[in-house]
Design a protein around this ligand. Structure first.
Ligand SMILES: C[S@@+](CC[C@H](N)C(=O)[O-])C[C@H]1O[C@@H](n2cnc3c(N)ncnc32)[C@H](O)[C@@H]1O
Length: 310
């Protein structure tokens, strides 16, 4: 990380936040609602929280500012975001980052967890995953979170255009109108402009090249898993007992999934399966987490609005 000092990293993250807010005017409100839900839903001052698709750590940092006794593990596959997150937050207790691709089943075994996390949180990230990978991710989360654990996902979740064509059109029109009112002269810095600027900075250029080599964004067009129904069905299939929207503005929602409590037959069955998984883990294998229960197989205006935040 030579050459990237903390203040420069923080400046880049500040610029990231402004860029994300261009298409998410309520981003801070959504962070606040999500952290409220962590605080209320985990019912402990020191929750262990996974931030999946953490980017440069915007949510993780806000969560720790509100809950300083929490432990947050930010997970991402993007070397630029992780480099910025680590450089900006070296001295933040309770915060660490893991370089992992969430599409690779078994990613959680590499987190070296000492106990089951209380919650998994995510913002503007899981729509990047194709549906089979999303289903596998939710199944893996259901196998590692504690009984009663929470999944809290802030993202754009669209309705099905076949079932609700008018609502989908109106939703898009409202977003477009709001965008035109907020930015009559065009956006100050788009997603792609931020990345071009990062690539032009000699301190970040090597990490941007590594990001391209890894093809972090390959195949992502902002609509991989954007349907609300896809997430709800995948969470239910993974074993989340309660699934619903906790906060919403337009299609910008905070979707929540709650695992069954420890006393439920489903949680007891999951615990038995976790214990069987642990017994079959070879001694000395990294981490002590179970393998996932299952694994999956593997319009310009809409895209423009979505891709501004990605
Ligand atoms: C739009 S950014 C949002 C970042 C951050 N959560 C925020 O709200 O600012 C989406 C993030 O998801 C990450 N991501 C997408 N697919 C991923 C995958 N398969 N594994 C790990 N991270 C992934 C990207 O690298 C990126 O950092």
């Amino acid at each position: 990380m030579a050459g990237l000092d903390r203040d420069t990293a923080r400046d880049w993250i500040e610029r990231w936040d402004r860029q994300q807010e261009e298409s998410l005017p309520d981003r801070e409100d959504r962070f606040t609602a999500l952290i409220d839900a962590v605080e209320e839903g985990t019912e402990r001052p020191d929750p262990l929280v996974l931030d999946i698709g953490c980017g440069p750590g915007s949510l993780a940092v806000r969560l720790l500012a509100r809950l300083p006794r929490a432990t947050v593990i930010g997970i991402d596959a993007d070397p630029v975001s992780l480099t910025l997150a680590r450089a900006a937050n070296r001295d933040v207790p309770g915060l660490r980052f893991a370089d992992l691709d969430l599409r690779t089943p078994g990613w959680s075994a590499r987190l070296d967890l000492t106990r089951a996390p209380d919650a998994a949180v995510s913002t503007t990230a899981l729509h990047w995953l194709p549906e089979p990978d999303l289903r596998a991710l939710y199944a893996e989360l259901a196998s590692v979170l504690r009984p009663g654990g929470l999944l809290l996902d802030g993202d754009h979740f669209t309705l099905d255009g076949k079932e609700s064509p008018v609502l989908v059109r109106l939703d898009l029109a409202l977003r477009r109108r709001e965008d035109e009112r907020r930015f009559p002269g065009g956006h100050p810095e788009s997603w792609s402009a931020w990345w071009q600027a990062a690539a032009a900075d000699p301190v970040l250029a090597g990490h941007v090249a590594e990001r391209e080599r890894r093809q972090v964004e390959a195949g992502h067009h902002g609509t991989q898993s954007s349907l609300l129904a896809t997430h709800v069905a995948a969470l239910r299939a993974a074993g989340f007992a309660e699934v619903g929207t906790l906060w919403q503005r337009g299609d910008n929602r905070l979707l929540a999934g709650v695992l069954p409590p420890a006393s439920s037959p489903a949680a007891r069955a999951a615990a038995r399966s976790r214990s069987a998984g642990r017994r079959s883990t070879p001694a000395g294998a990294p981490g002590d987490r179970p393998r996932p229960a299952r694994r999956g197989t593997r319009a310009r205006s809409r895209r423009a609005l979505r891709s501004a935040a990605r």
